[in-house]
Design a protein around this ligand. Structure first.
Ligand code: HPA
Length: 266
Protein backbone atom coordinates (compact mmCIF):
# COMPACT_ATOMS: atom_id res chain seq x y z
CA UNK A 1 0.00 0.00 0.00
CA UNK A 2 2.85 2.37 0.82
CA UNK A 3 4.15 2.11 -2.76
CA UNK A 4 0.76 3.28 -4.06
CA UNK A 5 0.53 6.10 -1.53
CA UNK A 6 4.05 7.31 -2.30
CA UNK A 7 3.37 7.30 -6.03
CA UNK A 8 0.12 9.27 -5.67
CA UNK A 9 1.61 11.75 -3.18
CA UNK A 10 4.40 12.45 -5.60
CA UNK A 11 1.71 13.53 -8.12
CA UNK A 12 -0.61 15.46 -5.78
CA UNK A 13 1.78 16.91 -3.21
CA UNK A 14 0.02 17.90 0.01
CA UNK A 15 -3.51 17.73 -1.46
CA UNK A 16 -5.59 15.81 1.09
CA UNK A 17 -8.87 14.50 -0.36
CA UNK A 18 -11.78 14.60 2.12
CA UNK A 19 -14.41 13.09 -0.15
CA UNK A 20 -14.01 10.10 -2.46
CA UNK A 21 -16.47 9.72 -5.31
CA UNK A 22 -16.88 6.66 -7.51
CA UNK A 23 -18.56 7.44 -10.81
CA UNK A 24 -20.91 4.90 -12.35
CA UNK A 25 -22.83 5.06 -15.62
CA UNK A 26 -24.58 8.39 -15.92
CA UNK A 27 -21.79 10.39 -14.32
CA UNK A 28 -19.04 9.73 -16.84
CA UNK A 29 -18.81 13.44 -17.67
CA UNK A 30 -18.79 14.62 -14.06
CA UNK A 31 -15.18 15.76 -14.23
CA UNK A 32 -15.59 17.58 -17.57
CA UNK A 33 -15.41 21.08 -16.12
CA UNK A 34 -13.10 20.30 -13.22
CA UNK A 35 -9.43 21.10 -13.22
CA UNK A 36 -7.07 18.82 -11.37
CA UNK A 37 -4.59 16.03 -11.49
CA UNK A 38 -5.54 12.94 -13.46
CA UNK A 39 -3.71 9.65 -13.04
CA UNK A 40 -4.60 6.60 -15.20
CA UNK A 41 -5.11 3.46 -13.07
CA UNK A 42 -2.63 1.64 -15.29
CA UNK A 43 0.17 3.95 -14.09
CA UNK A 44 -0.54 3.49 -10.38
CA UNK A 45 1.44 0.73 -8.64
CA UNK A 46 -0.85 -2.11 -7.44
CA UNK A 47 -3.95 -0.67 -9.16
CA UNK A 48 -5.74 -2.77 -11.78
CA UNK A 49 -6.70 -1.25 -15.14
CA UNK A 50 -10.41 -0.90 -15.97
CA UNK A 51 -11.63 -2.45 -19.21
CA UNK A 52 -15.39 -1.86 -19.44
CA UNK A 53 -16.70 -0.11 -22.51
CA UNK A 54 -17.74 3.45 -21.73
CA UNK A 55 -15.65 3.66 -18.53
CA UNK A 56 -12.45 5.65 -18.33
CA UNK A 57 -9.99 4.30 -15.85
CA UNK A 58 -8.32 7.08 -13.92
CA UNK A 59 -8.14 8.82 -10.60
CA UNK A 60 -8.91 12.50 -10.65
CA UNK A 61 -7.94 14.85 -7.83
CA UNK A 62 -9.79 18.15 -7.87
CA UNK A 63 -11.50 20.78 -5.75
CA UNK A 64 -15.23 21.51 -5.90
CA UNK A 65 -17.05 24.04 -3.66
CA UNK A 66 -13.86 24.28 -1.61
CA UNK A 67 -13.94 20.52 -0.91
CA UNK A 68 -11.02 18.35 -1.92
CA UNK A 69 -12.08 15.32 -3.91
CA UNK A 70 -10.63 12.12 -5.23
CA UNK A 71 -12.78 10.79 -8.04
CA UNK A 72 -12.68 7.34 -9.61
CA UNK A 73 -13.57 7.75 -13.25
CA UNK A 74 -14.64 4.24 -14.02
CA UNK A 75 -14.72 1.48 -11.44
CA UNK A 76 -13.44 -2.05 -11.41
CA UNK A 77 -16.05 -4.80 -11.58
CA UNK A 78 -15.99 -8.35 -10.29
CA UNK A 79 -17.29 -9.60 -13.66
CA UNK A 80 -14.14 -8.28 -15.34
CA UNK A 81 -12.27 -11.01 -13.53
CA UNK A 82 -10.83 -8.98 -10.66
CA UNK A 83 -10.83 -10.20 -7.12
CA UNK A 84 -13.01 -8.44 -4.55
CA UNK A 85 -9.75 -7.31 -2.90
CA UNK A 86 -8.62 -5.62 -6.15
CA UNK A 87 -11.93 -3.85 -6.58
CA UNK A 88 -11.80 -2.42 -3.07
CA UNK A 89 -8.09 -1.64 -2.88
CA UNK A 90 -8.62 1.99 -4.00
CA UNK A 91 -10.99 2.57 -1.03
CA UNK A 92 -8.21 1.64 1.37
CA UNK A 93 -5.92 4.07 -0.43
CA UNK A 94 -8.52 6.88 -0.20
CA UNK A 95 -8.80 6.30 3.53
CA UNK A 96 -5.01 6.43 3.89
CA UNK A 97 -4.94 9.65 1.87
CA UNK A 98 -7.34 11.20 4.37
CA UNK A 99 -10.85 10.68 2.96
CA UNK A 100 -13.71 10.73 5.48
CA UNK A 101 -16.66 10.17 3.14
CA UNK A 102 -17.27 7.92 0.15
CA UNK A 103 -19.98 8.57 -2.43
CA UNK A 104 -20.79 5.50 -4.52
CA UNK A 105 -22.84 5.80 -7.70
CA UNK A 106 -24.02 3.16 -10.12
CA UNK A 107 -26.53 2.16 -12.74
CA UNK A 108 -29.14 -0.39 -11.72
CA UNK A 109 -32.20 -2.20 -12.96
CA UNK A 110 -35.55 -1.71 -11.25
CA UNK A 111 -37.20 -4.69 -9.54
CA UNK A 112 -40.47 -2.81 -8.95
CA UNK A 113 -42.96 -1.36 -11.44
CA UNK A 114 -43.22 1.89 -9.49
CA UNK A 115 -39.45 2.52 -9.58
CA UNK A 116 -39.34 3.82 -13.11
CA UNK A 117 -36.30 4.03 -15.40
CA UNK A 118 -34.54 7.42 -15.20
CA UNK A 119 -35.29 7.73 -11.46
CA UNK A 120 -32.59 8.10 -8.84
CA UNK A 121 -32.58 5.76 -5.84
CA UNK A 122 -30.80 6.51 -2.61
CA UNK A 123 -29.43 3.21 -1.32
CA UNK A 124 -30.59 2.62 2.27
CA UNK A 125 -29.21 -0.92 2.54
CA UNK A 126 -27.92 -3.71 0.35
CA UNK A 127 -28.07 -7.45 -0.22
CA UNK A 128 -24.81 -9.12 -1.15
CA UNK A 129 -25.90 -11.83 -3.59
CA UNK A 130 -22.41 -12.52 -4.92
CA UNK A 131 -21.39 -15.19 -2.44
CA UNK A 132 -18.11 -13.28 -2.01
CA UNK A 133 -16.84 -10.83 0.55
CA UNK A 134 -13.92 -8.43 0.07
CA UNK A 135 -12.90 -8.85 3.72
CA UNK A 136 -12.15 -12.57 3.37
CA UNK A 137 -8.51 -13.26 4.18
CA UNK A 138 -6.14 -12.21 6.92
CA UNK A 139 -7.46 -9.14 8.75
CA UNK A 140 -5.29 -6.07 9.25
CA UNK A 141 -6.61 -4.84 12.58
CA UNK A 142 -4.98 -1.45 11.94
CA UNK A 143 -7.60 -0.94 9.21
CA UNK A 144 -10.72 -2.40 10.81
CA UNK A 145 -12.39 -5.14 12.81
CA UNK A 146 -12.51 -8.80 11.83
CA UNK A 147 -16.31 -8.90 12.15
CA UNK A 148 -17.59 -5.41 11.31
CA UNK A 149 -21.11 -4.37 12.21
CA UNK A 150 -23.22 -3.67 9.10
CA UNK A 151 -26.32 -2.04 10.56
CA UNK A 152 -25.74 1.45 9.14
CA UNK A 153 -23.47 1.04 6.11
CA UNK A 154 -25.17 3.82 4.15
CA UNK A 155 -24.79 6.39 6.91
CA UNK A 156 -28.26 7.43 8.05
CA UNK A 157 -27.36 11.05 8.83
CA UNK A 158 -25.94 11.45 5.31
CA UNK A 159 -29.05 9.88 3.81
CA UNK A 160 -31.02 12.66 5.45
CA UNK A 161 -28.61 15.20 3.95
CA UNK A 162 -29.01 13.68 0.48
CA UNK A 163 -32.82 13.80 0.80
CA UNK A 164 -32.60 17.47 1.75
CA UNK A 165 -30.41 18.15 -1.30
CA UNK A 166 -32.92 16.38 -3.57
CA UNK A 167 -35.82 18.46 -2.20
CA UNK A 168 -33.86 21.71 -2.55
CA UNK A 169 -32.84 20.86 -6.13
CA UNK A 170 -36.35 19.63 -6.95
CA UNK A 171 -35.05 16.21 -7.99
CA UNK A 172 -37.19 13.12 -7.39
CA UNK A 173 -35.40 10.61 -5.16
CA UNK A 174 -36.63 7.19 -4.08
CA UNK A 175 -35.02 5.25 -1.27
CA UNK A 176 -34.44 1.53 -1.54
CA UNK A 177 -32.42 -1.63 -1.18
CA UNK A 178 -29.75 -2.50 -3.77
CA UNK A 179 -28.92 -6.09 -4.55
CA UNK A 180 -25.65 -7.05 -6.22
CA UNK A 181 -25.15 -10.02 -8.50
CA UNK A 182 -21.75 -10.82 -9.99
CA UNK A 183 -23.01 -10.35 -13.57
CA UNK A 184 -22.04 -10.07 -16.35
CA UNK A 185 -25.24 -11.76 -17.53
CA UNK A 186 -28.39 -9.89 -16.62
CA UNK A 187 -30.91 -11.63 -14.37
CA UNK A 188 -33.55 -14.09 -15.47
CA UNK A 189 -37.21 -13.17 -14.84
CA UNK A 190 -37.32 -15.86 -12.12
CA UNK A 191 -34.33 -14.30 -10.34
CA UNK A 192 -35.90 -10.87 -10.61
CA UNK A 193 -39.06 -12.19 -8.93
CA UNK A 194 -36.97 -13.74 -6.16
CA UNK A 195 -34.91 -10.57 -5.58
CA UNK A 196 -38.14 -8.58 -5.27
CA UNK A 197 -39.43 -11.09 -2.72
CA UNK A 198 -36.14 -10.73 -0.80
CA UNK A 199 -36.95 -7.06 -0.29
CA UNK A 200 -34.62 -5.58 -2.89
CA UNK A 201 -35.72 -2.65 -5.05
CA UNK A 202 -32.89 -2.50 -7.57
CA UNK A 203 -30.26 -4.85 -8.95
CA UNK A 204 -26.78 -4.16 -10.25
CA UNK A 205 -23.26 -5.52 -10.58
CA UNK A 206 -21.18 -3.22 -8.38
CA UNK A 207 -21.07 -1.03 -5.24
CA UNK A 208 -21.56 -3.71 -2.56
CA UNK A 209 -17.86 -4.63 -2.20
CA UNK A 210 -16.88 -0.97 -2.01
CA UNK A 211 -19.60 -0.26 0.57
CA UNK A 212 -18.54 -3.22 2.74
CA UNK A 213 -14.94 -2.01 2.79
CA UNK A 214 -15.92 1.61 3.28
CA UNK A 215 -17.95 0.65 6.35
CA UNK A 216 -15.11 -1.57 7.59
CA UNK A 217 -12.67 1.34 7.32
CA UNK A 218 -15.03 3.66 9.20
CA UNK A 219 -15.79 5.95 6.26
CA UNK A 220 -19.17 7.62 6.03
CA UNK A 221 -20.89 6.20 2.96
CA UNK A 222 -23.52 7.38 0.49
CA UNK A 223 -24.85 5.21 -2.35
CA UNK A 224 -27.01 6.40 -5.23
CA UNK A 225 -28.35 4.30 -8.11
CA UNK A 226 -29.50 5.63 -11.42
CA UNK A 227 -32.32 3.33 -12.52
CA UNK A 228 -31.58 2.77 -16.18
CA UNK A 229 -34.11 0.04 -16.98
CA UNK A 230 -36.70 -2.38 -15.65
CA UNK A 231 -35.01 -5.67 -14.74
CA UNK A 232 -35.94 -8.57 -16.96
CA UNK A 233 -39.50 -9.78 -16.69
CA UNK A 234 -40.71 -6.47 -15.17
CA UNK A 235 -41.00 -5.17 -18.71
CA UNK A 236 -41.29 -7.26 -21.85
CA UNK A 237 -38.25 -5.64 -23.46
CA UNK A 238 -34.89 -7.34 -23.78
CA UNK A 239 -32.01 -5.75 -21.89
CA UNK A 240 -28.93 -4.32 -23.50
CA UNK A 241 -25.86 -2.50 -22.22
CA UNK A 242 -26.61 0.13 -24.87
CA UNK A 243 -29.91 0.92 -23.15
CA UNK A 244 -28.11 1.32 -19.82
CA UNK A 245 -25.56 3.71 -21.34
CA UNK A 246 -28.27 5.70 -23.16
CA UNK A 247 -30.35 6.19 -20.02
CA UNK A 248 -27.15 7.22 -18.26
CA UNK A 249 -26.73 9.96 -20.85
CA UNK A 250 -30.35 11.10 -20.51
CA UNK A 251 -30.28 11.34 -16.72
CA UNK A 252 -26.77 12.69 -16.36
CA UNK A 253 -27.85 16.29 -15.81
CA UNK A 254 -30.02 15.66 -12.74
CA UNK A 255 -27.58 13.08 -11.38
CA UNK A 256 -24.73 15.59 -11.67
CA UNK A 257 -26.86 18.29 -10.07
CA UNK A 258 -27.67 16.08 -7.09
CA UNK A 259 -24.08 14.96 -6.55
CA UNK A 260 -22.86 18.57 -6.81
CA UNK A 261 -25.39 19.62 -4.23
CA UNK A 262 -24.33 16.81 -1.87
CA UNK A 263 -20.65 17.74 -2.17
CA UNK A 264 -21.52 21.36 -1.52
CA UNK A 265 -23.41 20.44 1.67
CA UNK A 266 -21.03 17.84 3.09
N1 HPA B 1 -29.34 -5.74 -13.93
C1 HPA B 1 -28.08 -5.74 -13.45
N2 HPA B 1 -27.27 -4.70 -13.54
C2 HPA B 1 -27.74 -3.60 -14.15
C3 HPA B 1 -29.02 -3.53 -14.68
C4 HPA B 1 -29.86 -4.67 -14.57
O1 HPA B 1 -31.02 -4.69 -15.01
N3 HPA B 1 -29.16 -2.28 -15.21
C5 HPA B 1 -28.00 -1.63 -15.00
N4 HPA B 1 -27.13 -2.42 -14.35
Amino acid sequence: MQLTIDFIKQKIGDFTPEIALILGSGLGEFTKNLKGVQIPYCEIPNFKCSTVEGHKGSLFFAELFGKKLVIMQGRLHFYEGYEMQDITYPIKIFKKLGAKTLILTNAAGSLKKDLVPSSLMLIKDHINFTGKNPLIGKNDSALGERFPDMSDIYTSSLRELVKTCAVEENIGLEEGVYLMTTGPSYETPAEVKMFGAFGADAVGMSTVPEAIVSNYLGLQTIGISLITNYASGISKEKLSHKEVVEMGNIATEKFTKLVNSIINKL
